[in-house]
Design a protein around this ligand. Structure first.
Ligand code: ZN
Length: 390
C-alpha cells in the first residue's frame, strides 16, 4: 500500500458503494430492489473507481467486492476491466486484461506499457497521461468489468459489472505546471554537459522586443531561458505570462543591472526582490541567476545558492548588443556553439531587432547540426518542482 500513500494529490475519489446510493435515491421499495447491482457477488463485482494524478503519472483504480488478484484469477484469461473516458468527440478506453495468467494494459485495443497491479481489493493501472493519451480537462468516466468465465454463469449479468450503475463519474485530468526547480551540484556553470543540447538565453528583458522574440521561438517550437531584470517586471507582465504559458524558463538577472560580483546583503536583496516580482506574475520561483556583465564572486555565488539558485555564465557570446547585423549574430553563434553550450543573447537594454531577427537562422542551422534546444535548468538536469492546476 506504500504506493498509494505516496500519491500526493487525489484528483478524485469515488468509492460509491451501491446500496447506500440506492437508499438515498430510491423512493420506493420496488425501485430500491431494481437498483441492487445485478453483478453483486459475481467475480468482478465493482464497488467503486477513482483516478489519481501525480505530476504526469496517472493511476486508474477500481475497487472490487472481492480480492482483486483472486477474482481475476478465477475470472479466467480474457477477463477485462475497462475505464472509458468520454468528452465531446473524444473517447479513450483503457483496459486491464488477464492474458495467460498475467495482467496487461491496452489503450483503444492496442497494448501499452503501463503498470497493472492488484493489491487487496484494488486493481491499479498506472502510466503517464501521454501513454493513456488523456489531455487536460474534464471527462466522463465509467468502468466495466467482464469475467471470461464465471462461477455462476447462468446469466450474462453475473459475468459483467459497471460503475457507476448509471451515468458516469465526472473526473478531471489536471495540467502539470512547473513552479520552480531543485538545483544541485556546482554553484556556477558556463555550459552544460557535452551532449547534443544547447540553451538559448536572453538577458535584460522583458522589453518591447520580447514579444517578437517569443513569437519566433513559439513558431520554431524552441524553449529558451529569460534572465529577467526585476525593475522591468511591472512593465512586462504580459510578456512574462506568455513566456510562462509557452514553456520558457523565467530566470533572475538581479533588479537594476548593477555590478553584483562583490556580493553582500545588497546582492541578496536584489536577488530576492527579483525572485518575488517574477513569482508574483508567473507563479514560478527562479532557480537560475545570471550576474549582470558576468560579474561574479564567491560571496555572491553562496548567496545565490542560499536562495535556491545557480549562477549561470555562458560559453557563446556573439556580442549581439553591439548590433553587428543579423547575419553576424547568426554566424558567431553557429560557429561558437558546442555540445552543452549556453548562448548569451539580449531581448532588452537597447534595440534588439537584430537579435530577434537572428533567432530563425540560429535555430535552423543548429538543428541541422543535430542540436536540441532546452532551457538552462533542463540542460543542467535539475529536477522540476510542479503543481497540478485546472
Ligand atoms: Zn544584462
Amino acid at each position: 500500500m506504500k504506493f498509494f500513500r505516496e500519491v500526493l494529490l487525489v484528483v478524485l475519489a469515488v468509492a460509491a458503494a451501491i446500496l447506500p446510493v440506492a437508499a438515498v435515491l430510491a423512493a420506493g421499495e420496488a425501485e430500491r430492489e431494481d437498483r441492487v447491482d445485478p453483478a453483486e457477488g459475481s467475480l468482478l463485482d465493482i464497488v467503486g473507481a477513482s483516478i489519481e494524478q501525480r505530476e504526469h503519472s496517472v493511476s486508474l483504480e477500481t475497487r472490487f467486492h472481492l480480492r482483486a488478484a483472486e477474482a481475476f484469477g478465477a475470472a479466467g484469461d480474457g477477463s477485462t476491466v475497462c475505464f472509458t473516458f468520454v468528452r465531446q468527440r473524444e473517447r479513450r478506453e483503457i483496459c486491464a486484461e488477464r492474458t495467460r495468467g498475467k495482467l496487461i494494459a491496452t489503450r483503444d485495443g492496442k497494448r501499452i506499457a503501463a503498470t497493472v497491479k492488484t493489491s487487496a481489493n484494488l486493481l491499479v493501472v498506472r502510466a503517464s497521461d501521454a501513454k493513456f493519451k488523456l489531455s487536460t480537462g474534464a471527462y466522463d468516466l465509467s468502468v466495466r468489468s467482464n469475467a471470461a468465465s464465471c462461477d455462476n454463469a447462468t446469466t450474462a449479468d453475473r459475468c459483467a459489472d459497471r460503475a457507476p450503475d448509471n451515468g458516469a463519474y465526472n473526473v478531471r485530468v489536471w495540467r502539470v505546471v512547473q513552479t520552480g526547480c531543485k538545483v544541485r551540484g556546482t554553484l556556477e556553470v558556463r555550459h552544460g554537459r557535452r551532449v547534443k543540447q544547447v540553451a538559448l538565453t536572453f538577458d535584460d528583458g522583458p522589453s518591447r522586443y520580447t514579444g517578437d522574440v517569443l513569437r519566433t521561438l513559439d513558431r520554431r517550437n524552441v524553449h529558451a531561458t529569460f534572465f529577467i531584470l526585476g525593475q522591468q517586471v511591472s512593465s512586462g507582465k504580459s510578456a512574462l505570462r506568455k513566456m510562462m504559458r509557452d514553456g520558457h524558463e523565467p530566470a533572475n538577472h538581479g533588479w537594476s543591472h548593477g555590478l553584483m560580483g562583490g556580493g553582500g546583503p545588497a546582492a541578496t536583496r536584489e536577488l530576492k526582490a527579483t525572485q518575488k516580482a517574477v513569482r508574483g506574475v508567473t507563479g514560478y520561483t527562479t532557480c537560475v541567476f545570471r550576474p549582470p556583465y558576468g560579474d561574479t564572486g564567491p560571496d555572491l555565488r553562496r548567496r545565490v545558492r542560499a536562495l535556491g539558485m545557480t549562477t549561470i555564465i555562458w560559453d557563446v557570446d556573439p556580442l549581439d548588443w553591439r548590433t553587428p547585423g543579423t547575419g553576424a549574430i547568426v554566424g558567431r553563434v553557429v560557429s561558437g556553439t558546442r555540445r552543452g553550450s549556453i548562448i548569451l543573447l539580449h531581448d532588452g537594454g537597447g534595440n534588439r531587432s537584430q537579435t530577434a531577427g537572428a533567432i530563425d537562422g540560429i535555430v535552423t542551422r543548429l538543428r541541422r547540426r543535430g542540436f536540441e534546444f532546452v532551457t538552462v535548468s533542463e540542460l543542467l538536469r535539475y529536477e522540476p518542482v510542479t503543481k497540478l492546476e485546472r
